[in-house]
Design a protein around this ligand. Structure first.
Ligand code: DGT
Ligand code: CA
Ligand code: CA
Ligand code: ZN
Length: 577
């Protein structure tokens, strides 16, 4: 959508202005960008219907930035941006993706070392030129090296949540093309992997040429790499590649299986087939008789697994990390489903840094058929998030009592909080108040750089507080942005056997924290998990699907996810744990 394109340019302009030391204006561009990103309506429409005036009325935009939007809509660029790039010829957007590199630092690196892009940076790091700059040093050079490594590892990958809707829309648009009888998203998206390399779509069609024609003429296509009758590939404007393959109906299941992956899962399945004297590939499962291949399965995926004498394996488990052995032994867990989720256990409102009122969030939750919603606004020591002091917490609690009267019989609003775990493991709200809340979460928002031991003890101290029920986003990672802090999760899971602490699987697609591996590790210690979207906006409540996907990748059944309890069961459980 054009909105996000303009928002992106605004964010870039803000960075360039910031680099040059301009005051206030960067903030204005950022605010406008944020507003554009959450806008439901297309800017083209707004402009067409209400002109410049309507653009200026968008929250956070105002007259002068409205004219920039107009300029972009009419000319396809913004002169201010083009000039800034000429004045400071660095790849700001790319460099800023490196943790620890802000606009001002990028400016210094350009001035002193002529660093314009990632490869310049890499070279300067290799030659150890950065440690000698004023204001830098060995430690900051080391940190930059680590950040660069992380960047290179994640280059070219996208957050699942960033492209999920677009992939779904693509599939739905193509499903309407005449002749298409089956169509599915395969690859890492179907496996709900947290980051995605490209979009793989698979179809059965009686008219592949028409399907391919439609595919390459979609409005958000940037470049077509190849077009054929059975395979086409292109790049979307967003920068992500899409492969579309058309397969015969009799191979549908085996092709879907093959292109869903993972590659490791495929290879292991193929070995199983071989051990039974069969041959498995994307065209089907075959037995060989008199030198002839006879297809015995492959039209559906289920048929394929059954023919191999296994349980059907859900896509989220297909990583060859033990699922095949379980399937052969018919001992696969029954995975939790989105429909099992009765409510959201981490939601913010404008009582702290959320952008909507509690009532607005509740109304949205009703649309999702939730039975409860836990408000977890920030506590006071998180100043940047407008954290609540004790007085305000009490006020919010009595307001929730009122809301519960209003929504009686429809939805239960639970009283919660997101406590900030201080450097020494204490929290910033007194036990007297915490006791009154229904469910209390606590998390780390500061002092990320501690030793593993210090961080582990810090969190253990919070877990020892009997009023704290859940540790939110337990490892602090931000996908493609920031690694988790150093922490011994196994030690925390062990400790949780004593404290009965629950661990969150944060469903925000930028976090998905815990990771799939850690969920499985926690399971070994009988840890229970909660799902929370950490919503600050209405539409983020929909991110639950990514949390469920992550839980499924962690092999969880609904018994291990406390959101599958109804509100009475949940409250009883928390009180008696
Ligand atoms: P991505 O795109 O990096 O997020 O990950 P995937 O899993 O979607 O990988 P992609 O798009 O390269 O390929 C889609 C699937 O096709 C992959 O999951 C398994 C299958 N596949 C691709 N290359 C190979 C291969 O060399 N051997 C086997 N057995 N399967 C492959
Ligand atoms: Ca893929
Ligand atoms: Ca692919
Ligand atoms: Zn927040």
């Amino acid at each position: 959508m054009i909105n996000s394109r303009i928002a992106e340019i605004f964010r870039s302009i803000a960075m360039y202005l910031d680099a040059k030391g301009v005051e206030f204006k960067p903030r204005a561009y950022q605010k406008a960008a944020q507003s554009l990103e959450t806008l439901e309506k297309d800017l083209k429409e707004i402009y067409k219907e209400g002109g410049l005036k309507a653009l200026a009325e968008i929250p956070g935009v105002g007259k002068s930035l409205a004219s920039k939007i107009k300029e972009y809509l009419e000319t396809g660029q913004i002169a201010e941006y083009e000039n800034l790039k000429k004045e400071l010829p660095v790849d700001m957007e790319e460099l800023a993706k490196i943790e620890g590199l802000g606009p001002k630092t990028i400016f210094i690196l350009y001035e002193k070392l002529k660093i314009k892009n990632i490869s310049d940076l890499e070279r300067a790091l290799e030659k150890h030129q950065i440690r000698n700059l004023e204001g830098f040093g060995e430690k900051s050079e080391e940190n930059l090296e680590l950040a660069l490594e992380f960047f290179k590892k994640s280059a070219g990958r996208f957050l699942l949540g960033e492209i999920y809707d677009e992939a779904l829309k693509l599939k739905n648009d193509l499903a309407k093309v005449k002749g298409v009888s089956k169509i599915e998203i395969a690859g890492s998206i179907r496996r709900f992997k947290e980051t995605i390399g490209d979009i793989d779509i698979l179809a059965v069609s009686s008219n592949p040429i028409e399907l391919m024609n439609r595919f390459i003429s979609l409005e958000n296509v940037a470049e077509v790499y190849m077009k054929g009758k059975t395979k086409s590939a292109l790049r979307l404007i967003k920068g992500i590649d899409v492969d579309l393959r058309v397969v015969p109906l009799k191979s549908w299941g085996s092709a879907l299986n093959y292109f869903t992956g993972s590659k490791e899962h495929n290879i292991a399945l193929r070995e199983i087939a071989k051990s039974k004297g069969l041959k498995l590939n994307e065209y089907g499962l075959f037995k060989i008789k008199n030198n002839q291949e006879i297809q015995i399965a492959g039209e559906t995926e289920k048929e394929l697994y059954f023919a191999l004498k296994m349980n059907y394996i859900e896509p989220e488990m297909r990583e060859n990390t033990g699922e095949i052995e379980l399937a052969l032994a018919h001992r696969l867990p029954k995975l939790v489903k989105l429909e099992d989720i009765k409510g959201d256990l981490q939601v913010h409102s404008n009582w702290s840094d959320g952008k909507f009122s509690m009532e607005e969030m509740v109304e949205q939750a009703l649309k999702l058929n939730y039975q409860y919603l836990l408000f977890t606004d920030h506590s006071k020591s998180l100043g940047i998030a407008n954290g609540m002091n004790e007085e305000k917490v009490l006020k919010q609690m009595s307001f929730i009592d009122k809301l519960n009267q209003k929504y009686r019989g429809k939805i239960k609003i639970l009283k919660g909080i997101e406590l900030n775990i201080l450097k020494d493991g204490r929290v910033d709200i007194s036990d007297k108040i915490l006791e009154k809340l229904d469910i209390v979460g606590a998390s780390i928002h500061s002092y990320f750089r501690m030793t593993k031991n210090e961080m582990t003890n810090r969190i253990k101290k919070a877990m020892a507080n009997k009023n704290i029920d859940i540790i939110f986003h337990p490892t602090g990672r931000l996908l493609l942005q920031r690694e988790a802090y150093e922490v011994d999760m196994e030690e925390l899971f062990k400790y949780a056997q004593k404290t009965k602490t629950i661990f969150e699987i944060n469903a925000s697609y930028e976090r998905l924290d815990l990771s799939d591996n850690l969920i499985r590790l926690g399971s070994i210690y009988n840890v229970l998990f909660s799902l929370g979207t950490d919503s600050h906006y209405l539409k983020q409540l929909n991110n639950m699907i990514f949390g469920v996907g992550q839980a499924r990748r962690g092999w969880l059944s609904k018994e291990k996810v406390i959101n599958s309890k109804n509100s009475k069961e949940l409250i009883d459980f928390i009180e008696n744990k």
